[in-house]
Design a binder for this molecule. Structure first.
Ligand SMILES: NC(=O)C1=CN([C@@H]2O[C@H](COP(=O)(O)OP(=O)(O)OC[C@H]3O[C@@H](n4cnc5c(N)ncnc54)[C@H](OP(=O)(O)O)[C@@H]3O)[C@@H](O)[C@H]2O)C=CC1
Ligand SMILES: CC[C@](O)(C(C)=O)C(=O)O
Ligand SMILES: [Mg+2]
Ligand SMILES: [Mg+2]
Length: 351
C-alpha cells in the first residue's frame, strides 16, 4: 500500500492482496461482453473457480465455452456462487438482479460491480446481509484481458458499499489482483465518486468530448475545401499518436515531442476552441450527473425502447468520417501487407 504519496486515496498493489480471500470461493460472472469475458478468463487463469452466467439463447454462450469456461443461466450461476460479479449492461442489471440474483443470494455472499450506476442511483437495493463491492477497471474490457495476457496490469478502482462480513475489502482486493488490476495499482474510492467521475469522464472527454471535437474539426476542414483524407489524418488518425505521448509522459512529453510551432499554436488556440462556454457546458454535464438528471433520462430512454439512442447510434455510424476512415485504413493494411510481401520476396531472393 502506498501511504507516502501526495494523494488522498490509498493505492494498493499485488503485495497488499491476500488471494486466499478469493481462491476458496466460486465467482459467478454474469455477462460475457467487454468486461465479463476479461474478468471471467483472468479470474479463471488466476486459479479462481468461475461460472459464467448467461441467458439460454445468449450469443456469448458458445464463446465462453470455447474459452474453456463453465456456463449456466444467471440464476443457476448466482445460486452456486459466493461472489456474483454483475457484468451485464447497466440498463439490464436491475431486471437481472430481481429475477436471477436476489432470489439466490445467501447471507455473507458478495454482490460485485464494475460500475456504481445502479447502486448509486438506487436501481438495485441489496439486502443488508451481503457484502457489496466494486472493482472497476479504468479501461475497456478488451484491454483488461490483453494486459493480463501480456503480464501487464490495468489500473482499477476499489469501493465498498456494504461490509457485512468484515472482509469485503480484502476480498475486493483479492478480486482486483486476480483480474490483473493490482499489478498496476488499485485506487480506493466510493460508489458515488466512481459513478459520477466515470459518467462525467465518458460524456465530457473520453467518448463524447473527443468524438465531437474530431467530427467538428473534420467538418471544418472539409467544408473549407480540403480533402476528406487530409482531414481524417489530421483530426482523427494522429489523435492516437498524440494521446499515446500524453499517456506515456503527461502533457509535457507531448509538448516536448511536437514542434515549437505546434506548441505555440496549441497553447494559444486550444483555449479559443475549448473556451469558457465549453467549461460552463462541462459544469452543466457534471451537475446533471450529480443531481441524477442524466440517470433518470437514460433509464426513461431504455423504458421507451431507446428511440433517441438508436437514432444517434445510427447517425454516428453514418458520419462521412466513418466511410473515409474505413477506406483509408483498408488501404493502409493493404500497403503494409504489400511491404511484408516485398520483404518476403527479398529475403527469398537473397537466400
Ligand atoms: N465496457 C467497458 O469496458 C466497461 C464497462 N464497465 C461496466 O461493466 C459492466 C458491464 O458492461 P459491459 O462489459 O460494457 O457490458 P456488455 O454490453 O459488453 O455486456 C454484454 C454481455 O451481457 C449479456 N447480457 C445482455 N443482456 C443480458 C440479460 N438481460 N441477461 C443476461 N445477460 C445479458 C450479453 O449476452 P447476450 O448474448 O445474452 O446478449 C453479453 O454477454 C457495466 O456495469 C459497465 O458500466 C466498467 C468499466 C469499463
Ligand atoms: C470510457 C467508457 C467507460 O467508462 C470505460 C471503458 O471505462 C465505459 O463505460 O465503457
Ligand atoms: Mg469508465
Ligand atoms: Mg463508464
Amino acid at each position: 500500500m502506498s501511504n507516502d504519496t501526495p494523494f488522498e486515496s490509498e493505492i494498493y498493489y499485488e503485495d497488499d492482496a491476500d488471494t486466499s480471500h478469493i481462491l476458496n470461493k466460486t465467482v459467478a460472472v454474469l455477462g460475457y461482453g467487454s468486461q465479463g469475458h476479461a474478468h471471467a478468463q483472468n479470474l479463471n487463469e488466476s486459479g479462481v473457480d468461475v461460472v459464467v452466467g448467461l441467458r439460454e439463447d445468449s450469443s456469448s454462450w458458445g464463446a465462453a465455452e470455447d474459452d474453456g469456461l463453465e456456463v449456466a443461466t444467471p440464476a443457476e450461476a448466482s445460486a452456486r456462487a459466493d461472489i456474483v460479479s454483475v457484468l451485464v449492461p447497466d440498463t439490464v442489471q436491475p431486471d437481472v438482479y430481481e429475477n436471477a440474483i436476489e432470489p439466490n443470494l445467501d447471507p455473507g455472499d458478495t454482490l460485485q460491480f464494475a460500475h456504481g450506476f445502479n447502486i448509486h442511483y438506487n436501481q438495485i437495493r441489496p439486502p443488508e446481509d451481503v457484502d457489496v463491492t466494486m472493482v472497476a477497471p479504468k479501461s475497456p474490457g478488451h484491454l483488461v484481458r490483453r494486459n493480463y495476457e501480456n503480464d501487464e496490469g490495468t489500473p482499477g478502482l476499489l469501493a465498498i458499499y456494504q461490509d457485512e462480513t468484515g472482509t469485503a475489502k480484502q476480498e475486493g482486493l483479492a478480486y482486483a489482483a486476480a483480474i490483473g488490476c493490482a499489478r498496476a495499482g488499485v485506487v480506493e474510492t466510493t460508489f458515488r465518486e466512481e459513478t459520477e467521475t466515470d459518467l462525467f469522464g465518458e460524456q465530457a472527454v473520453l467518448c463524447g468530448g473527443v468524438t465531437s471535437l474530431v467530427k467538428q474539426a473534420y467538418e471544418t476542414l472539409v467544408e473549407a475545401g480540403y480533402s476528406p483524407e487530409m482531414a481524417y489524418f489530421e483530426c482523427l488518425n494522429e489523435m492516437k499518436l498524440i494521446v499515446d505521448l500524453m499517456y506515456e509522459g503527461g502533457l509535457g512529453e507531448m509538448w516536448d515531442s511536437v514542434s515549437d510551432t505546434a506548441e505555440y499554436g496549441g497553447l494559444t488556440q486550444g483555449d479559443v476552441v475549448v473556451d469558457e462556454h465549453a467549461r460552463e457546458n462541462m459544469e452543466q454535464v457534471l451537475e446533471q450527473v450529480q443531481d441524477g438528471t442524466f440517470a433518470r433520462e437514460w433509464i426513461a430512454e431504455n423504458q421507451a425502447g431507446r428511440p433517441s439512442f438508436t437514432q444517434l447510434h445510427q447517425a454516428e455510424r453514418n458520419h462521412e468520417i466513418e466511410q473515409v476512415g474505413a477506406e483509408l485504413r483498408s488501404l493502409f493494411a493493404w500497403s503494409e501487407e504489400t511491404e511484408d510481401e516485398d520483404e518476403t520476396e527479398r529475403v527469398t531472393a537473397d537466400a
